[in-house]
Write a protein that binds this ligand. Structure first.
Ligand SMILES: Nc1ncnc2c1ncn2[C@@H]1O[C@H](COP(=O)(O)OP(=O)(O)OP(=O)(O)O)[C@@H](O)[C@H]1O
Length: 576
């Protein structure tokens, strides 16, 4: 119970912002209409049981006029009052059922749209996505949280909420009807008030309890099935993503073994699922069969004694069915509730992690506007996500047009310093001051190539329309990618299509095109052959004479294109 209370509180925390957002009035109005339509459906079900009674009475009485009236336009009975015809109720039922589902889906997509936009914005805002990728505190797959858990949360919250409401309303209204029918049906001539209600509730309670006993084994087994299927899919995806590595190692047999073992788990669990489902179906179908006849058996003595009509007998049966259906909703929904709780937990963990990342957003070396023309990093001390110090108070000043190379052993923290200079490393302190209005471009070892056309990839993150055709061609040609000049508008998975060296050339073309005032290169030419590396460094210096360059490089040949050389050793940045 406490678990449910906690889940409700967490769910409310996720849901509340939408229901009090700028869309609140349309959302609330839509929800109100959906609720009313739901209640309308329950109401029509009640009317249908009375209709059912009058209809069977007309059959028993061989009253053809009543029979046709009840089929079409309806009938006024001095005792029963007005009852609409079946055609009218059925038409109304169809319209309400369609409108209810349509508007509910509309509400679902609107809520999902709002929540997705908000979560995506928060995730991207203040670089929470980057901090989360560095620390990974229980937020394993943000993509899954946004793409799967948001619709899962919205859909199950609405369906469980509306299901609960209509089951309660159905239960209450049909119990009232059943109570009114109970007067004429009693045991051994002893009048027991609400006799049928007690029988129905006992029968439903017994049935749902037994269903629960038999069916509860299904929850962990089907949960496991989902997990095992996901593991199998994950292994398949790994083969696709690491196709080259596997092919180079001739690792097919090993992969087949892993895939086989994962799939054997899927099959074994499926067998368990089959066994539980078989047991459950035995029980539920037996119970379902008994349920058809049980209310007739209970009410039949009153019918044969002439105390109730055939219509009252069939009405008793259908009301009984409704009470039982509404009652069993509570038990049938427990696996849906368990899924919903898991979704709520994942989403609220994700939102908490984003909030924590946002709260720490101001941490790490500060970015400031420099007073002079130089780029200045001052007292930059960096640590790892776990707080372990990596670099002690580093200072670096780069004048416009000056080129500095930083070397250091592998793992000494060069890339981390590069991230700090870019202003994205969130662990540490110090300041990085960049002259006002100047642009800095950071090229890591593996350049980021966005989805889309090659034109967009070269201009990234700028709009390609900012550059002329000639400028784009020239930049590609200088970087040694002449052939790609003809394919500027081709949309492809360029990251996979281009070789490692070509991707680095593309990144250098970006620098030659965008002519930033500050250029940072972290092993950005490491995949090029030494001649190409030298030629491109020469070009950068020649074509971007006013640009301050900071390179991180291992190869000594690169050093000659720089004015100064620094070395990072034991956390200290000092002249080499
Ligand atoms: N997100 C992280 N979480 C934990 N440790 C990290 C993280 N990022 C980097 N490190 C650690 O920080 C140290 C410095 O890493 P960094 O990538 O800056 O080294 P580097 O000098 O650029 O090395 P290389 O020359 O091999 O590229 C390494 O020991 C690395 O394992």
């Amino acid at each position: 119970m406490r678990g449910i209370k906690g889940a409700l509180r967490e769910a409310w925390a996720i849901a509340r912002p939408y229901w009090s957002s700028e869309e609140r009035w349309s959302a609330r109005a839509l929800l109100a209409v959906v609720v009313l339509l739901n209640l309308g459906l329950v109401g029509m079900n009640v009317i249908l049981t009375f209709w059912n009674r009058a209809f069977f009475n007309s059959l028993q009485d061989k009253d053809y006029a009543a029979f046709t009236q009840l089929l079409f336009l309806g009938r006024h009975d001095p005792e029963e009052g007005y009852l609409p015809g079946f055609c009218i109720v059925a038409a109304l039922f169809i319209i309400v059922a369609v409108a209810q589902i349509y508007l509910r889906q509309l509400l679902q997509i609107r809520w999902r749209r709002w929540l997705t936009a908000r979560l995506t914005a928060n995730w991207l805002h203040a670089r929470a996505y980057y901090r989360l990728s560095l620390t990974e505190t229980g937020t394993d797959n943000p993509d899954q949280r946004i793409a799967d858990d948001v619709p899962g949360f919205v859909n199950s919250t609405l369906s469980l909420g509306l299901g609960l409401m209509s089951s309660v309303v159905t239960l209450v209204s049909f119990v009232a009807v059943l109570w009114s029918l109970s007067d004429a049906v009693n045991v051994l001539n002893l009048p027991i008030p609400g006799y049928l209600v007690w029988v129905a509730l006992l029968y439903s309670a017994l049935g749902t309890w037994l269903t629960h006993l038999v069916g509860r084994a299904l929850v962990p087994v089907s949960f496991n099935q989902q997990k095992l299927e996901a593991n199998f899919r994950f292994s398949l995806v790994r083969v696709r993503e690491h196709a080259e590595g596997i092919a180079l190692h001739h690792g097919e047999a090993g992969e087949e073994r892993v895939l086989g073992s994962r799939f054997r788990d899927v099959v074994a669990n499926w067998r368990a699922l089959m066994t539980v489902t078989k047991r459950l179906t035995f029980f539920t179908s037996a119970f379902g069969q008994v349920a058809i006849i049980f209310p007739f058996v209970v009410a039949a003595p009153a019918f044969f004694a002439g105390r109730i009509t055939l219509g009252a007998l069939t009405q008793t049966s259908s009301v009984f069915g409704q009470v039982q259906g509404a009652f069993s909703w509570f038990v049938d929904s427990y696996s849906a509730v368990a899924d919903w709780r898991a979704t709520v937990q994942r989403l609220s963990g994700f939102t908490r992690a984003i909030a924590a990342a946002e709260a720490h957003a101001a941490e790490g070396p500060r970015r400031e506007v420099a007073a002079g023309p130089a780029l200045v990093a001052q007292d930059v001390a960096l640590s790892l996500p776990d707080g372990k110090p990596l670099i002690q108070d580093a200072d670096l000043t780069v004048q416009p047009g000056e080129a500095v190379v930083i070397t250091g052993a592998s793992g000494s923290g060069k890339s981390t310093l590069f991230r700090a200079l870019a202003g994205i490393w969130p662990f540490g302190r110090g300041t990085v001051s960049v002259p006002q209005g100047t642009e800095a471009l950071f090229l890591p070892q593996r350049p980021y190539i966005p989805e889309g056309s090659l034109r967009q990839a070269v201009a990234y993150p700028h709009d390609p329309s900012e550059y002329s055709e000639a400028q784009l061609h020239e930049a590609l040609s200088l970087a040694g990618l002449d052939a790609l000049g003809q394919r500027l508008d081709e949309t492809d998975n360029w990251e996979r299509r281009l070789s490692g060296g070509e991707q680095q050339r593309l990144a250098l073309a970006r620098a030659l095109l965008q002519k930033p005032r500050w250029l940072f290169l972290d092993e950005a030419t490491a995949s090029l052959d030494p001649e190409a590396e030298e030629r491109l460094y020469g070009l950068l210096r020649e074509r971007l004479p006013g640009t301050g360059i900071v390179s991180i490089a291992h190869r000594p040949a690169v050093a000659k294109f720089h004015d100064r050389q620094l070395r990072l050793r034991d956390g200290v940045l000092a002249p080499a």
